[in-house]
Design a binder for this molecule. Structure first.
Ligand code: AHR
Length: 308
């Protein structure tokens, strides 16, 4: 177990388990479920007491949770911010209370970078670039234009912003690739299906490629495409992000063409950072998780190795 030493009002030494308050975005995707499990099991393995709070996709719930961690005088606060903006006030409150903050997974956009110790998480822009490069390679010999629809995640969130930006950076100079539509699906399968149904209604057979910001939405789009009477993965190329097991299964069935890895198993890295902070060590401002990319031809051999 991991302990911290304190002195009570009689100046007696008291030893307590380190307490970490974590505010999670929600449970919108397979990725998120794996991320929550990773945090919970890593806390247990390290003997850190975890107060885990699920914000059900609402920033106001995350702010409330952080305020409640401050009131409970936790040792460290960590959170995966649903959106990038709007964290100044509550992080200033944590600073006044002297509680260090770790930003996990998604990034925040804040002027005063001293309001958090470190940001542990993926490079979302690079994930978008990887998806773009894969598409370029796939269609480079195609004649005529390639029409792409983009299923975005949550409006104002860093994975959505980064994945759009990185993809666009690669695609833009190649004018035969045309973005013909984008809609927000909050990283949820049901919404991915719904927005794909709408794209098919308005664009029909003009759609050549779906670029989905996560696997759950891509799997929803697969259902919509099948119900429309087309073959996902053949009639429409599907590129996705996360690399969860269900996407590997869909790749084996030929329904998704490629998935860029976004690794949710960040719990051990979070606990390592929490322990370093408690020891008074400094940490890099940014800790990036290493990730790969998987296409259909790799799916069968890779599936047994997937942990989420
Ligand atoms: O912040 C990471 C993203 O959020 C994952 O790609 C997605 O599946 C999740 O919901």
């Amino acid at each position: 177990n991991y302990y911290r030493e304190n002195y009570d009002s009689q100046n007696q030494k008291v030893v307590n388990k380190v307490v970490l308050g974590f505010s999670q975005v929600g449970a919108e995707s397979d990725w998120r479920t794996a991320n929550s499990e990773s945090i919970q099991s890593a806390a247990q393995a390290e003997g850190i007491k975890l107060i885990f709070s699920n914000a059900q996709q609402k920033q106001e719930n995350q702010i409330k949770a952080i305020r409640s961690f401050i009131a409970q005088k936790v040792d460290i606060i960590a959170f995966s911010p649903i959106v990038e903006n709007g964290w100044e006030d509550v992080l200033n409150e944590a600073k006044i209370a002297g509680i260090p903050v770790i930003v996990m997974d998604r990034a925040i956009d804040i002027q005063d970078k001293a309001l958090y110790v470190t940001h542990i998480g993926s490079d979302f822009e690079e994930e978008g670039r990887k998806a773009g490069r894969w598409l370029l390679e796939k269609v480079k010999k195609t004649k005529g234009s390639i029409n792409v629809v983009e299923l975005r995640g949550t409006f104002g969130s860093s994975p959505t912003n980064g994945r759009s930006k990185g993809f666009e950076e690669i695609i833009k100079p190649n004018t035969f690739i045309k973005m013909i539509g984008c809609k927000y699906g909050d990283f949820m399968k049901s919404k991915g299906k719904e927005i794909m149904e709408n794209f098919l209604k308005s664009e029909g057979n003009r759609i050549h490629v779906v670029y989905s910001h996560n696997d759950d939405m891509a799997l929803g789009a697969v259902e919509a495409i099948e119900e429309y009477g087309l073959k996902p993965g053949e009639d429409i190329i599907i590129i996705s992000i996360d690399a969860v097991k269900a996407a590997f299964q869909a790749m084996i069935e030929g329904k998704i063409n490629c998935t860029v890895e976004c690794n949710p198993l960040q719990g051990p890295e979070l606990m390592k950072a929490a322990k370093s902070i408690m020891k008074g060590n400094s940490l890099p401002k940014r800790i990036i998780i290493n990730e790969g990319i998987f296409s259909q031809d790799m799916a069968k051999s890779e599936l047994p190795n997937r942990k989420y």
